[in-house]
Design a protein around this ligand. Structure first.
Ligand code: ADE
Length: 248
């Protein structure tokens, strides 16, 4: 699942044989990527839309795991624009049925954080660190190195930790500070991952959530978002999937 059209287009360009199947207004692209049978699809934005897309992938297409790539706002200290966050836990930051249930808990489950399998997260982090290492990028994607430099970005760091999701695009220092106060270990904020993780949890299927940091979720000046997506986030998505798919 890709969050942004530019990422999906980059993935489709690497698929030799995709065929379109439309369900619930969504185009699912069935084919192969790096030798694996895959279904590529846009998640759509927000928790409900992404949960519907995930449910269709699992119930209609019978996929056995979901890999989500997209962009996110950086919340954790040291999580910079251009870095990648691999979720080892996901939580819906706008879930609050208190006083009936503790804040953030998914009602009826006793769970607030969903954890992808640890061994899967280990494999994903190891392979992404190798795929995004300066020597690998310089050898395989020299143009990407130039784009990073021209956007003023350093070498990407792969972080591992809590990713939080909610139906808001976060763009104020105040909102960020409130979330950091409530969830000090959150590394990144986005709008779909924890919803997809909840669907995968219900179906007993593993999920991988990879997010490239596009902004710091505060009111600092944003870099050229379309250019970042085209030049950095989309090639990252393809490079990361290329590294992962043979291993997971
Ligand atoms: N996706 C990318 N940046 C984001 C932000 N600041 N808030 C929510 N989702 C995002």
């Amino acid at each position: 699942m890709a969050a942004m059209p530019a990422e999906l287009f980059a993935v489709l360009a690497a698929m030799p044989d995709e065929a379109r199947v439309t369900r619930a207004g969504r185009d699912f692209w069935v084919g192969h990527l790096h030798g694996r049978e895959v279904v590529a699809v846009l998640s759509r934005i927000g928790k409900v839309a992404a949960a519907t897309t995930a449910t269709l992938l699992l119930a209609e297409f019978g996929v056995t795991q979901i890999v989500f790539t997209g962009v996110a706002g950086g919340l954790g200290e040291g999580v910079k624009v251009g870095d990648v966050v691999v979720a080892d836990a996901l939580l819906q930051h706008d879930m609050d049925a208190s006083p009936l249930f503790p804040r953030f808990e998914l009602p009826g489950t006793d769970i607030s954080r969903l954890h992808p399998p640890r061994a899967l997260v280990d494999t994903v982090c190891r392979s992404l660190r190798e795929a995004l290492a300066p020597e690998t990028l310089a050898a395989r994607q020299p143009a990407l190195m130039e784009q990073l430099a021209s956007l003023g970005l350093g070498q990407p760091v792969v972080h591992r930790g809590l990713v939080i999701s909610g139906d808001q695009f976060l763009s104020s220092a105040r909102a960020c500070a409130a979330l950091r106060g409530a969830l000090p270990d959150a590394l990144a904020v986005e709008m779909e991952g924890a919803a997809v993780a909840q669907v995968c949890h219900d179906f007993g299927v593993p999920v991988t959530v990879l997010r490239t940091i596009s902004d710091r979720a505060d009111d600092t000046a944003h870099l050229d978002f379309p250019r970042f997506l085209e030049a950095v986030a989309s090639p990252y998505a393809v490079a990361m999937l290329g590294a992962l798919l043979p291993l997971i």
